[in-house]
Design a protein around this ligand. Structure first.
Ligand SMILES: [Zn+2]
Ligand SMILES: [Zn+2]
Length: 222
C-alpha cells in the first residue's frame, strides 16, 4: 500500500518524509507547507529596495540612492534591474517613475539617473532637473527626458568630472560643504583631529576630507 502525503486534503503519494514531492519541495524552500501570500508588483518592488544606499557623487543634494536588488532585465547588457508586471519585464527605474508620477511612460521617454547609478530607484520628492536649457520633471533621482537629453546630461557630467582638480567649490553644484565649513575642516585636521572624525561631523566621506587636505578639492578656498 502506498502512503499518502500527510498534508490534509493532499491526494498525492508520499515520496519523502511522509510528504509528496510538491509539499516536500515547498517546505525545503520556504520552511512552510502552505503557499506564501503572493505579493503585488508594488510590494515586491519595495521589498527589493534598500533605502540606505550610498550618497552619489553626482547630485548629492537629492540625498542618498535607493538601491534595487531585483534581477537584471532580460535583454543582455542592459545593466538595469527589472520587475515583472502582468507578464512583462519593466525596468525598475522606469517603474519607479511611473509609480511616482501616476502615469505610464511613452516608449520614447528616457528616464535619466541624476546619480548615474543604474540600480537606483529613488522616486520620492517631485522637482525638476536641468539639462542644458531644459527643465525636466524629476522624482527623487529620476528625471523624464528624451534620448538627446540623456546624451547631453552624460556629456555635461563628464565635463564636470574632467575639471575635477580645480572645481570651484560651492559653484560646481555638486558641493555639500560651504566655504566656511571647508576652512573649519582644514583647521581641525591641522589641529590634530583625524580626517575620519571630522568627516563624520560634516556628513561627508573621509575621502572628501582627504581630498580637501591634499588640495584636490576646494583649492580655491583659502
Ligand atoms: Zn502533498
Ligand atoms: Zn540614486
Amino acid at each position: 500500500m502506498r502512503l499518502q502525503c500527510t498534508v490534509p486534503g493532499c491526494p498525492r503519494p508520499a515520496i519523502n518524509d511522509r510528504l509528496c514531492t510538491t509539499h516536500y519541495t515547498r517546505r525545503g524552500r520556504s520552511g512552510r507547507l502552505d503557499l506564501l501570500p503572493k505579493l503585488s508588483p508594488v510590494e515586491r518592488f519595495w521589498q527589493h529596495t534598500d533605502k540606505n544606499g550610498p550618497t552619489p557623487a553626482s547630485h548629492p543634494e537629492y540625498g542618498n540612492c535607493w538601491i534595487s536588488d531585483l534581477g537584471l532585465a532580460g535583454n543582455a547588457g542592459s545593466g538595469y534591474p527589472a520587475i515583472k508586471v502582468a507578464g512583462r519585464q519593466v525596468k525598475a527605474h522606469r517603474y519607479a517613475v511611473e509609480q511616482a508620477s501616476g502615469s505610464a511612460l511613452n516608449a520614447a521617454d528616457v528616464v535619466l539617473h541624476t546619480c548615474d547609478v543604474p540600480r537606483c530607484v529613488r522616486n520620492d520628492e517631485a522637482g525638476t532637473y536641468a539639462v542644458g536649457e531644459r527643465l525636466l520633471p524629476r522624482w527623487g533621482h529620476l528625471a523624464i527626458g528624451t534620448a538627446a537629453d540623456n546624451i547631453a546630461d552624460a556629456i555635461a557630467k563628464r565635463r564636470g568630472r574632467r575639471v575635477g582638480h580645480d572645481q570651484r567649490g560651492a559653484r560646481n553644484g555638486h558641493a555639500r560643504l560651504s566655504e566656511a565649513a571647508v576652512r573649519t575642516i582644514r583647521a581641525r585636521c591641522l589641529g590634530g583631529e583625524t580626517q575620519t572624525a571630522v568627516a563624520r561631523d560634516y556628513g561627508v566621506s573621509s575621502r572628501t576630507v582627504n581630498a580637501i587636505m591634499r588640495g584636490a578639492l576646494w583649492r580655491s578656498v583659502r
